[in-house]
Design a protein around this ligand. Structure first.
Ligand code: NAD
Length: 484
């Protein structure tokens, strides 16, 4: 089966380089698979270091003209791209379900969410502003201007094939930066189709290049070493983020790092348990549990733990697992065998150390990389699943006594992306939200991502913020002009 058969128009599989569809310089291609069946969907062009150099050449050559393009025009191109994307929602949703595995309903949700970044930053482009003030000593005037940083490299993960791209591309274009995008090798097709949308929207050639590759480091290392690259924005694992930060250090590159998470979901004894279980299902099971914001650890006050566990178990048991293409399916496959093995290993470790399985606990036999929705309780403090990102449909529950112990347990991690708390008390909600060492806190809410809110983490979850009014700052330099 080819993807094109399933879609209304053809899906590009070649590189998008300098405004043209081209094969890779050495003619290589790599396979893209459907994780629900293991079948090959398509072969994508496999970009080389030479292709990366050419893409940067193109980005550099149009950078001055793009930065000088009126902000209104840049914003209108983003707005047109949003309209064109929404007009092809079903194609994008189907493509994401095919290459990533998420249920169609969630893929449709990602088209809306991913599209919002194009719309939002299309509006923000005209709001880039500076500052004019007087020196306190009266000796001069201070003018502060914001300027596009310059050519940027974006490296994106497979879990949100569209939205993790648009959350970077849209603010970069709004700020006047050009961009070379290296999508994840598991899900390159969605990004290539987005390239076509931008071309239709009137984006000048060279402003955006898209380079799928199975040889990530070979492609990006020469770019990091190239004096003309000014910015790197990465979403992915903390381990890879550290490698890229080290590479960025040699040229003091501006970086934005959206890295791994290990979100605590804290249920206090005064929580509305119905709302907490609804929130837990959303925070855990969105995107098959393969979200950086996914609740990884459930810390539940021992006074309500048995009740919460019973209700969550019932809800997890009732979920329908299967191909994301089938209407009504709520849990699709994991991205690949490696990811499923990693989930199984974390569950195995917890069980060996004494955790109880209240539902699930095993892989679903093939084809495809399915894993049962799973609840573990009595998870001991030394279980790896409390320290590491599970990235799958597994809820690990552990108890605590009192607020202080709950906060301490939630903060006992090197990560700091998102946290969730459930309590009816306003004062407690604010006190705990302030005490949590994370970039984002959901209070009585299981879903927190919002185009208008700053998304990002502290500790080893990253540097910088995407979306919100903050998101565009990642692509702007501040210049001080001293005046008499
Ligand atoms: P990953 O780190 O394995 O890969 C991410 C990207 O980096 C891919 O495009 C990959 O090809 C590329 N890459 C890998 N090694 C590289 C190297 N040496 N040089 C250059 N590029 C390299 O992550 P993943 O498995 O694709 O994504 C899952 C991870 O992403 C999870 O840890 C998740 O928490 C994180 N994530 C974070 C956010 C956030 O906003 N904080 C959002 C989504 C996902």
């Amino acid at each position: 089966m080819s993807v094109a058969d399933d879609l209304h128009g053809a899906v590009p599989t070649t590189l998008w380089l300098g405004g043209k569809q081209v094969p890779s310089s050495d003619g290589a291609t790599f396979a893209v698979h459907d994780p629900a069946t293991g079948a090959e969907l398509a072969r994508a062009a496999d970009a080389t270091a030479e292709d990366a150099r050419r893409a940067l050449d193109a980005a550099v050559s149009v950078q001055p003209a793009w930065a000088a393009t009126p902000a209104r025009e840049r914003g209108e191109i983003l707005h047109r791209a949003w309209e064109l994307l929404i007009a092809r929602s079903e194609d994008f949703a189907l493509l994401m379900t095919l290459e990533m595995g998420k249920p169609l309903a969630e893929a449709r949700g990602e088209v809306t969410y991913g599209g919002e970044f194009l719309r939002w930053f299309g509006e923000e482009a005209v709001r880039i502003s500076g500052r004019y003030t007087h020196s306190p000593s009266g000796t001069g005037r201070i003018l502060v201007a914001k300027q596009a940083i310059g050519p940027a490299l974006a490296i994106t993960p497979w879990n949100f094939p569209l939205a993790m791209g648009t959350r970077k591309i849209a603010p970069a274009f709004a700020a006047g930066c050009t961009m070379v995008v290296k999508p994840a090798p598991e899900t390159p097709l969605t990004m290539l189709l987005l390239g076509q949308i931008f071309a239709e929207a009137g984006l000048p050639d060279g402003v955006l290049s898209i380079l799928p590759t199975s040889r990530a480091a070979q492609l990006t290392e020469p770019l990091f070493a190239d004096d003309r690259l000014r910015k790197v924005t990465f979403t992915g694992s903390t381990a890879v983020g550290k490698v890229l930060l080290a590479q960025s250090a040699s040229r003091v590159l501006r970086t934005s790092m959206e890295l791994g998470g290990n979100a605590p979901f804290v249920v206090f004894d005064d929580a509305d348990l119905d709302a907490a279980v609804d929130g837990a299902m959303a925070a855990k099971m969105r995107n098959i549990g393969e979200a950086c914001t996914a609740a990884n650890r459930f810390h539940v006050d021992n006074r309500v733990r048995a009740e919460f566990t019973a209700r969550l178990t019932e809800r997890m048991q009732a979920l329908k697992v299967g191909s994301g293409l089938v209407e009504g399916v709520q849990v699709g496959p994991l991205i690949n065998e490696r990811q499923r093995n990693s989930v199984a290993a974390l569950v195995g470790d917890a069980v060996a150390k004494g955790a109880q399985v209240t539902t699930g606990g095993g892989a679903v036999s093939g084809p495809g990389w399915f894993y049962e929705p799973t609840v573990l309780t009595d998870v001991p403090p030394d279980a790896r699943i409390l320290k590491e990102e599970v990235f799958g449909p597994v809820a690990a529950i552990t108890g605590f006594d009192g607020e202080e112990e709950g906060i301490a347990a939630a903060n006992d991690t090197e990560y700091g992306l998102a946290a969730y708390i459930y309590t009816r008390g306003l004062e407690r909600a604010l006190r705990v939200a302030e005490a949590l060492e994370t970039g984002m806190v959901g209070v009585n809410r299981g879903i927190i991502s919002d185009v208008a809110a700053p998304f990002g983490g502290v500790k080893q979850s990253g540097l910088g913020r995407e979306a919100g009014v903050e998101g565009i700052e990642e692509y702007l330099e501040t210049k001080y002009i001293a005046l008499p």
